[in-house]
Design a protein around this ligand. Structure first.
Ligand code: ZN
Length: 414
């Protein structure tokens, strides 16, 4: 998610809530308390597919009022999907649950979608030639895996949080075996709900026509960078994820990804003083805005208020200062394209990095006391030098963003 600049912070991109989704969204569903009001915002029928779950709870209703089963007791039970339900909690977070039932229908209820993994029984490869006696030797093949030590030394020689070279050309078995090593070292994870990506593509239904040109530009950024059609615009009838306006004012986000959709904050999107402060919107003359991540001034005034305060109050902290130049209308358009591009990055499995230049940048790995799910190390300030261009503000993908998205494809997250 992209958090609003609080206290005049430039752009705090939340971690996934995906919560990290970014940030707020990544609250585990177990945190849903019975007291909380949960609203069902969408119910969709889904094809019956086999799933297994090893953690989380099964709830009696889509309002999550009562936990009826602890799924760690049902690790070997195959559940079949019936419905997909999108709910919104009182803290304004959306999450997706699936209504599932076991084969005889006796164990049934609502399960957080991320905890359901498609269940495909392992195939056994028969190796060797049958002997004369007709016996066959049956064993699972042992793929030639890279050793963990080798993998770690490869990671150590690659740039920070940037999988390069051989790290992007290992075997399927290597990626499957060392998923958690990759997740942790490159701040990635499987964040999109099941069914969002089909054949490596997601189709996005944009509910407000006003957002379509922004989404199209964000789609183009990723498709061009990855050299394939990863995102397409979908229709109301046919899509695998949604994008719409939402209300991020209370939770403090500009954009948020919640498993099978993205919301963009309606109020800030329609506020031409956000995020840069007052801009002469009808002018075609470029303006220059000085920005600082220093949070001790300009509270609530937008980042342009920092123009006059372009110095560091507290020299123990690294306050990034930078300058952005452009025609006002284009600056704002680019910012929101950047927000959407960032949220699409979360759907690809990318969590935040401390690099301001990245589209996936966030000022800290911990927001609201929650660490992002996969984090190589914690950080509390951007690591770039002053006067670097922010990825979200310029809607620009860095090589690190692109390499990480290539990795998450290899890991099977999209
Ligand atoms: Zn984010």
């Amino acid at each position: 998610m992209i958090m609003k600049q609080r206290h005049g912070i430039i752009t705090v991109i939340l971690a996934m809530m995906f919560s990290i989704g970014f940030l707020a969204n990544f609250n585990a569903p177990e945190n849903v308390e019975a007291k909380q009001t949960v609203k069902v915002v969408k119910v969709q029928k889904v094809a019956s597919k086999p799933y297994r779950a090893s953690k989380g709870y099964m709830y009696n209703s889509a309002k999550l009022t009562k936990k009826i089963h602890n799924l760690k007791n049902y690790k070997k039970t195959t559940f079949y999907s019936k419905k997909r339900v999108t709910v919104r909690t009182s803290s304004n977070k959306k999450s997706t649950y699936m209504y599932v039932a076991n084969k005889n229908g006796k164990i049934k209820g609502y399960v957080y979608a991320k905890y359901l993994k498609l269940y495909q029984p392992t195939t056994i490869n028969i190796v060797g030639t049958p002997t004369n006696s007709g016996n066959t030797q049956t064993e699972t093949t042992t793929p030639n895996l890279i050793s963990k030590a080798n993998l770690e030394s490869m990671i150590a020689t690659s740039p920070d949080l940037d999988p390069t070279g051989q790290l992007l050309s290992l075997t399927t078995g290597d990626y499957a075996t060392y998923k958690s090593v990759f997740d942790k070292n490159f701040n990635v994870g499987d964040y999109a709900d099941n069914g969002v990506f089909n054949n490596d593509q997601a189709s996005i239904y944009v509910e407000s026509s006003q957002l379509v040109p922004y989404v199209q530009k964000a789609i183009d950024k990723w498709n061009n960078a990855l050299g394939s059609i990863v995102f397409t615009l979908g229709t109301r009838q046919s899509h695998s994820m949604t994008l719409d306006f939402g209300n991020g004012q209370i939770a403090g986000w500009d954009g948020v990804f919640f498993g099978n959709g993205i919301d963009v904050d309606y109020t800030s999107f329609h506020d031409s003083t956000y995020p840069y402060g007052y801009l002469p919107m009808s002018s075609n003359q470029p303006v220059t805005i000085h920005l600082s991540t220093d949070d001790t001034s300009g509270v609530g005034d937008g980042m342009a208020a920092h123009a006059a305060n372009n110095f560091h109050y507290d020299r123990t902290n690294h306050y990034l200062t930078t300058t952005i130049t452009g025609v006002p209308r284009e600056l704002l358009e680019t910012y929101w394209v950047g927000v959407i591009t960032h949220e699409l990055g979360h759907s690809l499995g990318l969590d935040h990095t401390p690099y301001f230049q990245d589209i996936m940048a966030a000022q800290t790995g911990v927001e609201d006391g929650q660490s992002q799910e996969n984090m190589k190390y914690n950080w509390t300030d951007y690591k770039d030098a002053d006067n670097t261009q922010g990825g979200t503000m310029t809607a620009t993908l860095t090589q690190r963003d692109i390499d990480r998205a290539k990795l998450t494809k290899l890991l099977g997250y999209w």
